[in-house]
Design a protein around this ligand. Structure first.
Ligand code: ADP
Length: 321
């Protein structure tokens, strides 16, 4: 266990969920952007809160541990630890400083980074008693606070790094997938897409012919990642179910997709529930050309935006003691 009062630093990466055909199941972590956090154990007197959240950015996120996703994830962890261990959480607590560099609501896993960062940090402070699957389970309580449902498609890659497949949530089964070198270009147009709206417009029924195409693509994408077959990855980055419905919420989506593919991107789509859009490329030069297309399109539409050119983060949340 790390001694009381000793701070550790945590780096929690952004993540892209709903990886094109892999809606709700496939996601990956990226090297940029990321959140910075610090955590330590503190002694606390009876009646004092077990978790203190200190926001050191300008987003005015809640500091109430039950309303901040980092607090909600930690509360789930404390509950399980207390039930099974000799540590008495009535005399110690966690202090958590959060510096959000991933804008909340941007669709690149801002809430997941805080939830995952908090539980990986707490696990380190406690001497690593929990497995990665345990940590994903705890962090899903943070996602419930952010979006109303426990989901793991951002949490899993944030904790494991790389590309992950959430084969099942209840019971939890996460499979970390290998991937070849891939460059990622992300654009965040500064518009608001409410997660609730992005969910509510989805159709509840799927045509069998579309389902067949989609599961062919998911299997093709997983096989392509495992074999390092870029052409197969590119062919499989196609979503015939969610994207046609959701993309209407994002101005310029169809034109951007054509332009990015024309300069050589393998494929891409909506990140999470938007508004961010991502494209994957085999070469860095292509990823930079994709960024130019993104800038050109959103400048043309007069929409403020932010772009990132990065690659897949293979480590997940990192601790610096
Ligand atoms: P993203 O897709 O980028 O993760 P979400 O919309 O899922 O964004 O989550 C952001 C929501 O979660 C916002 O309503 C925000 O107020 C809430 N929230 C609470 N605590 C945090 C936190 N520590 N980090 C990010 N968002 C948080």
């Amino acid at each position: 266990m790390v001694p009381v009062n000793q701070w550790i630093k945590i780096k929690a990466p952004a993540t892209v969920a709903n990886m094109v055909c892999g809606f709700d199941i496939l996601g990956f972590a990226v090297n940029n952007p990321y959140d910075e956090m610090e955590m330590r154990f503190v002694q606390r007197a009876a009646g004092q809160a077990s978790i203190t959240i200190i926001n050191i950015d300008d987003y005015n996120l809640p500091t109430d541990p039950e309303k901040n996703v980092a607090g909600a994830a930690l509360l789930a962890m404390i509950e399980e630890y207390t039930a099974n261990s000799i540590i008495d959480f009535s005399t110690i607590g966690f202090e958590v400083k959060i510096n959000k560099l991933i804008k909340p609501g941007s669709g690149v896993g801002s809430s997941a980074a805080s939830s995952a960062g908090a539980v990986v940090g707490a696990n380190y402070l406690l001497g690593n008693p929990f497995s990665k699957d345990d940590l994903v389970r705890f962090a899903m309580n943070g996602e419930k606070v952010a979006s109303g449902v426990k989901h793991a498609d951002n949490i899993a890659p944030c904790i494991h790094g790389g590309v992950t497949l959430v084969r099942s949530i209840f019971p939890l089964e996460v499979i970390a997938l290998p991937s070849p070198t891939l460059f990622v270009t992300i654009v965040h147009p500064q518009i608001e897409v409410r997660t609730a709206d992005a969910r509510s417009i989805l159709k509840q029924n799927v045509q069998l012919k579309d389902a067949i195409k989609q599961w062919g693509n998911i299997a093709g994408l997983v096989a392509g990642l495992m074999k390092g077959d870029y052409d197969l990855i590119g062919r499989s980055l196609e979503d015939v179910i969610i994207e046609p419905v959701r993309s209407i919420l994002i101005p310029g989506f169809d034109d951007l997709k054509k332009a990015c593919k024309a300069v050589g991107a393998l494929g891409g789509g909506i990140s999470g529930s938007g508004p961010s859009i991502f494209f994957l490329s085999k070469e860095k030069e292509t990823a930079l050309a994709v960024e130019q297309e993104m800038k050109k399109l959103y400048e043309g539409l007069g929409l403020a935006h932010h772009t990132y050119v990065t690659n897949i983060n293979q480590k997940g949340v990192e601790i610096e003691a």
